[in-house]
Design a protein around this ligand. Structure first.
Ligand code: ADP
Ligand code: MG
Length: 254
């Protein structure tokens, strides 16, 4: 079976009239279908650049990216992107927001709308369909943003520091909710974060990038002994602290 996502020797340099900024350098890794992988690294090391390349928001510079075995240039695979801010439109209701992508892409298939309704029901937003984003908590808004992304049935989900705008307590709850939803939906996900605990609690593997230009320093599989692993139960597992120390050392030894 093809990898859900595969990067080979990917490098990217920003060019301006004044200077060149190499952002990432020779990055290679693979993600299996259904796997949840986190990318950690110091601020400015090229994490967002990496996601922009995969989402085709930046043109390829060097190297190759494949989704489900197809090079990006010819692939029709759908990539979902979730950002730090939920980016819900305040003047639209939650339902109008979650079907926004379907409307923009002129998708009329009733099955897509049935799926949205199911997601709203399953993830506790059914009673808020007609509410406006400012009537919801930060966590609920982030769940709505995820449902909007899932509505388009993406092959792979990219998450760029999706919880960093939330306060600590909310972040724990929301990352637990979002992580559980992504696993339940069987989605392949690539999460960028600078929060090591978040990475360990959510990911099957953690990729550590060096400081800019980001290169892969290590790839750490996370194996926890807790039953029914969720982001929350992961944090309470006995191995959690050891992984934290291992990743901490990997990030800080230069
Ligand atoms: P991260 O997400 O890890 O914080 P980014 O991918 O946003 O890092 O940025 C990596 C590096 O590239 C940073 O040093 C940043 O200043 C630089 N950079 C990002 N976007 C641009 C741009 N549009 N033009 C020039 N340099 C950029
Ligand atoms: Mg970033």
């Amino acid at each position: 079976m093809a990898y859900a996502l595969s990067l080979r020797h990917v490098s990217y340099t920003y060019h301006s009239l004044k200077q060149e900024t190499p952002a990432i350098c020779d990055v290679s890794f693979d993600i299996n279908p259904g796997e949840f992988v986190a990318v950690v690294g110091p601020s400015g090391c090229g994490k967002s650049t990496l996601l922009h390349l995969i989402a085709r928001l930046l043109p390829m510079d060097q190297g190759e990216i494949k989704i489900n075995g197809y090079p990006l240039a010819i692939s029709k695979e759908k990539v979902g992107y979730m950002l730090q801010k939920d980016q819900l439109l305040p003047w639209k209701t939650i339902y109008q927001n979650v079907i926004l992508g379907l409307n923009i892409q002129k998708i009329k298939d009733p099955a897509a709308y049935t799926k949205v309704n199911l997601l709203l029901k399953d993830y506790g937003l059914e009673d808020f369909r007609n509410a406006y984003p400012n009537q919801l908590s930060g966590g609920m808004r982030q769940r709505a943003a995820l449902i909007r992304t899932l509505a388009l049935s993406p092959n792979i989900l990219l998450l760029d520091e999706p919880f960093s705008a939330l306060d600590y307590q909310t972040r724990l709850n929301v990352s637990n909710d979002i992580g559980t939803i992504i696993k339940q939906e069987g989605k392949t996900a690539l999460l960028v974060t600078h929060d090591l605990s978040e990475a360990i609690s959510m990911a099957d593997r953690v990729i550590v990038l060096s400081k800019r230009p980001g290169t892969v320093k290590s790839i750490v599989p996370i194996e926890l002994s807790c039953q029914e692993r969720t982001p929350q139960s992961s944090r309470n597992s006995t191995e959690f602290k050891d992984y934290f120390n291992q990743l901490w050392r990997s990030i800080n030894d230069s």
